[in-house]
Design a protein around this ligand. Structure first.
Ligand code: 13P
Length: 246
């Protein structure tokens, strides 16, 4: 199980204090914990969690290793700052910055070049869901966003998928258990087709309004291998309760 916190454009010194509290609140040993703060906090966060087993990730990266790209961050720079993972293709980036599947694919390759684990996000909008397109949208995003893997490391060390229905993010709405099960099963089938047996090892996270009260149920559904948590990852007490649901 992987429980990942996506702080989005939130957090500061006070939030770093929450992370220091977090370790004291964790009772479950079953979860790998990852925190993805804003890029400005990656170094301090990496220092704050050193020796705790918690790892740190970025929220996006540029496909290039360096160059004239004002405001962007190369995966190599994230790695230097202490990140081990990077979230890619989050729906907020797909929507706010028009990120296409092919750009997400290039970023995934770049993350791998830098030695980062890519957490590739997919998910349908409310409109797509009501049009019955959920599985087609999600598998289409996977086809377009995932490069082939021929590296030395085991696939599960370099790739995680996060299923985040756009309409469930920050809304308090969550798909039914049956809907989560159906989409995760379709993602697993896609991973097996794309990567062969190694596709079985890749963790599939659910994200979208995961809270202390629903985490236990969601995390025990078939093919749910963890959660990508937004708002509830900012408060140590809430994030710990989610982690302790594992
Ligand atoms: P919330 O948990 O705040 O709904 O956010 C989910 C998310 O977008 C994580 O990447």
């Amino acid at each position: 199980m992987l429980i990942a916190g996506n702080w989005k454009m939130n957090g500061g010194q006070q939030a770093l204090g929450e992370v220091r509290q977090l370790t004291g609140l964790i009772t479950s040993k079953g979860a790998e914990i990852l925190i993805c703060p804003p890029a400005t906090l990656v170094t301090q966060m990496a220092q704050a969690v050193a020796g705790t087993g918690i790892s740190v990730g970025g929220q996006d990266c540029h496909p290039e290793a360096s160059g004239a790209h004002t405001g962007d961050i190369a995966p190599e720079l994230l790695k230097d700052a202490g990140a081990q993972s990077v979230i890619l293709g989050h729906s907020e980036r797909r929507a706010d910055h028009g990120e296409s599947d092919s750009l997400v694919q290039a970023k995934t390759r770049a993350a791998w070049r830098a030695g980062l684990r890519a957490i590739v996000c997919v998910g349908e909008t409310a409109q797509q869901r009501s049009a019955g397109l959920t599985i087609a949208v999600v598998t289409g995003q996977l086809s377009g966003s995932l490069p082939g893997w021929s590296g030395q490391a085991a696939l599960d060390q370099v790739l995680v998928i996060a299923y985040e229905p756009v309409w469930a993010i920050g809304t308090g709405l969550v798909p039914s258990n049956e809907d989560i099960i159906a989409v995760h099963a379709a993602i697993r089938t896609h991973l097996l087709q794309a990567f062969g047996p190694a596709g079985k090892t890749v963790k599939i996270l659910y994200g979208g309004s995961v809270k202390p009260d629903n985490a236990q149920t969601i995390l025990h559904l078939p093919e749910v291998n963890g959660a990508l948590v937004g708002g509830a990852s900012l408060k140590a007490a809430d994030f710990a309760r989610i982690i302790n649901s594992v």
